[in-house]
Design a protein around this ligand. Structure first.
Ligand code: COD
Ligand code: ATP
Length: 207
């Protein structure tokens, strides 16, 4: 299966962009969604979080108190390291399972930490959803109702814009209006269909 990695920092527009690829029938494996499933009530990961932090880490209904844990881990590097070591191997295993099952002409692996966690090794090509830090901050604050200081704390532990640009094969520029995205996605989708079908040819020649 030919794999397109899609990355970009918090609030860059990965979900917005991958939803447009999904309209062409392309399957999207979303690391953020897998991360949520890994922390579902009754999971080994949520039990470990509960054992470490006590009842304050859970909501009354037994779900993870995401806002509390977000504040905890992004203000303390050792807590973030602990959470990453707990969750990332589980996330990686699930996304490998989902990649195995994918059946569309190519598959998208969307992950904010694609570069940081070396998931690029699983990808044939990397697409970056690129925005300026100011736009990233503004959209995340509006979407998540969090302070810009909290967003900055998360941005600081992620790869920088320059690091992402250095790895990307393709870039979608998302500082502009939503309407600018569809033409960029259509153009890239056509390119990816061609690249994925060429990869299927034993001699590598075009169809
Ligand atoms: C800390 C948690 C509970 C906060 O939950 P919340 O609902 O506020 O955020 P959500 O999960 O929707 O993530 C929002 C964004 O935060 C950033 N982010 C999340 N976790 C991390 C991390 N460990 N390191 C850097 N950035 C992160 C990503 O850009 C992500 O898209 C949650 O993010 C979590 O469980 N993180 C650990 C798993 C992880 O690394 N997920 C990222 C995808 S692999
Ligand atoms: N071009 C745009 N114009 C205006 N708003 C946008 C644009 N692109 C995305 N948004 C909005 O910005 C916010 C962040 O986008 P989105 O949720 O797609 O980002 P993301 O990269 O998936 O974020 P995260 O990794 O944090 O989950 C959303 O509220 C989305 O509706």
């Amino acid at each position: 299966m030919w794999v397109l990695g899609v990355t970009g920092g918090i609030g860059s527009g990965k979900t917005t962009v991958t939803n447009l690829f999904a309209e062409y029938g392309i399957e999207v494996i979303d690391a953020d969604l897998i991360a949520r499933a890994v922390m579902a009530p009754g999971s080994a990961a949520l039990t470990a979080v509960n054992e470490r932090y006590g009842p304050q880490a859970l909501l009354a209904d037994g779900n993870l108190n995401r806002g509390w844990l977000r504040e905890r881990v992004f203000s303390d590097p050792s807590e973030k390291t602990w959470l990453n070591q707990l969750t990332h191997p589980l996330i990686r295993q699930k996304l490998l399972e989902q990649l195995e099952q994918a059946r569309s002409p190519y598959v998208i692996l969307s992950a904010p930490l694609l570069i940081e966690n070396k998931l690029t090794a699983l990808c044939d090509r990397v697409l970056l959803v690129d925005v300026s830090p100011a736009v990233q901050r503004e959209r995340t604050v509006a979407r998540d109702q969090v302070s810009s200081a909290q967003v900055d704390a998360i941005m600081q532990v992620q790869a920088s814009r320059q690091e992402r640009l250095a790895v990307a094969d393709d870039i979608i520029h998302n500082d502009g209006p939503l309407a600018d995205l569809s033409p960029q996605v259509q153009h890239l989708h056509e390119l990816y269909l061609t690249l994925a079908s060429k990869a299927l040819q034993p001699d590598g020649k075009p169809l």
